[in-house]
Design a protein around this ligand. Sequence first.
Ligand SMILES: Cc1cc2nc3c(=O)[nH]c(=O)nc-3n(C[C@H](O)[C@H](O)[C@H](O)COP(=O)(O)OP(=O)(O)OC[C@H]3O[C@@H](n4cnc5c(N)ncnc54)[C@H](O)[C@@H]3O)c2cc1C
Length: 399
Amino acid sequence: MRSVAVLGAGIQGTCVALALRAAGWRVSLIDQAPAVMRRASLRNEGKIHLGFTYAKDSSLSTGRLMLRSALSFAPLIDRWIPDGLDWERIRARPFTYLLMRDSALEPEALYSYYERLELEYRALREPWQHYLDTRPDSLWSKAPLPPEVSRAAVAAAVETAEMPLDLVELRRQLARAVGESAVSCQFGRRVEAVRRRAHGFSVAGVEGGGESWRLAADAVVNCLWEGRLKIDAEMGMAPQQPWTYRLKYRVLGRLPRALADLPSLTLVLGSYGDIVPLSGGSYISWYPECRRGWSNDLEVPQSWHRACAGEVDPTEAREVSSRVYEALEPITPGIAATSTVAVDAGIVVAWGDTDIDHPDSGFHQRSAVGVAADDGYFSIDTGKLSCGPLFAAELAARI
Ligand SMILES: Cc1cc2nc3c(=O)[nH]c(=O)nc-3n(C[C@H](O)[C@H](O)[C@H](O)COP(=O)(O)OP(=O)(O)OC[C@H]3O[C@@H](n4cnc5c(N)ncnc54)[C@H](O)[C@@H]3O)c2cc1C
C-alpha cells in the first residue's frame, strides 16, 4: 500500500486524508495542534460561499469556483465517510446581504452580478450535487430590510440561499470521522522540513517537548495554510506572485434578546463585516477593527500564533469586542449589549498585496488557488474553507 504524509489537519488536510484513505492510501495526518481543525478552519464565519461576496470579479471565475465548491462540499465529504455527516445539525441560518449606502458597487450592479451567478448555478449543478443537503430552486431574491437593521446605513437587502456552518459542530463530526478511520493521526508535531529521497520523501520536525521526529512517505501533500509557502519554497516551488497574510480577529458573543431573530448578515460591498447567529456564541466581525496584522514575509510573525490558537489577552479581547460593537451599533442598534464569549483570530492567506478597499485589490479574486504538483510533492492553496473538499477530490484524482 502506498503511503502519503498529509501536512496540516485543517479542513484541507482533513479532507485530503479522508479522500486518500478512501482511495486505499496509508495516510499519516500531521499537525502541530492537538486535534483536527484548530486554526483558520475553526476561527472563521463558516460561510460556504455561493459567490455573492465576489461581485468585484466580473470575469465570474471566483463566483464559478465558489459555486462548484459549494455544490460539492457536502456530497464529497459524505462520499469519504461511511455514514456521512449530519448537515442539518451543522448548518446555521441563511445569509441576508445588506447593501450598504456607501457600498463600492451600486445595488443595480450587485443585482446584475447576482443574476449572472443564478444563471451559472442553473447551468452548473449536476444531479449528484447538493448544497449542504438542500437543493435551492433559486439563490437570491430582493427582500425588505430586516426590522433590526437601520435604514440610515443600509440601502437594500437581499435574501440568499447561502449558509454558514457551525464550525464547532463540523469539527466535532469530522474529528469523529477521522478517529474512526484508519488515518494515522500524528498531532502535536511541528513540520520543519521536507526532503526528497531516492524513493519518496522524508518529513521532519519537532514535538511539543522539543524532541525531533522523522517520517518517510511515498508522497507528500502540503496543506499547512500559513506554513505552506515556506516549505514549498524549500521544495523549489517558490511563489511566483505577491502574497499577503492578514491576521483577522473575530468576536463570539451572545446577542441581546432584541437581536435574537437576526438572520446571518453579510454587509456589502467593502470593508464591513458579518454577523452569524450561533447558539454557542454568534460570530461578529467588523473588518477595519478585526484586521490587526499584515505581513508579506514568507513566514507569519511569531507573535500571531497565540491568538490563532485561541489565546487572546483579556484586555485586548475587551478592546477588540467593544470596538466591533461600536462600529456595528449604527447598523444593528442594540448590538453593543452583546455579552462576549470569546475573542480569537485566524490568518487569511491571499495572493495580492493591496487591501480590499483598493480598487485593484487581488483579494476580490480567489480563483488562482488549488492543487500544485511536482513529482510526488503536492501543495494545496485552499483559498477558502468552502473549497477544501473540492481540492481534496482534485488531489485524489491527480496523485
Ligand atoms: C476570520 C476569517 C474568516 C474567514 N471566513 C471564511 C468563510 O466564511 N468562508 C470560507 O470559505 N473561508 C473563510 N475563511 C478562509 C478559511 O478559513 C481558510 O481558507 C481555510 O480555513 C483554510 O483551511 P486550511 O486547512 O488550508 O488551513 P488551516 O485550517 O489553518 O489548517 C492548516 C493546519 O496546518 C497546521 N500547521 C501550520 N503550520 C504547521 C507546521 N509548520 N507544522 C505543523 N502543523 C502546521 C495548523 O496547525 C493547521 O491546523 C476565513 C478566514 C478567516 C481567518
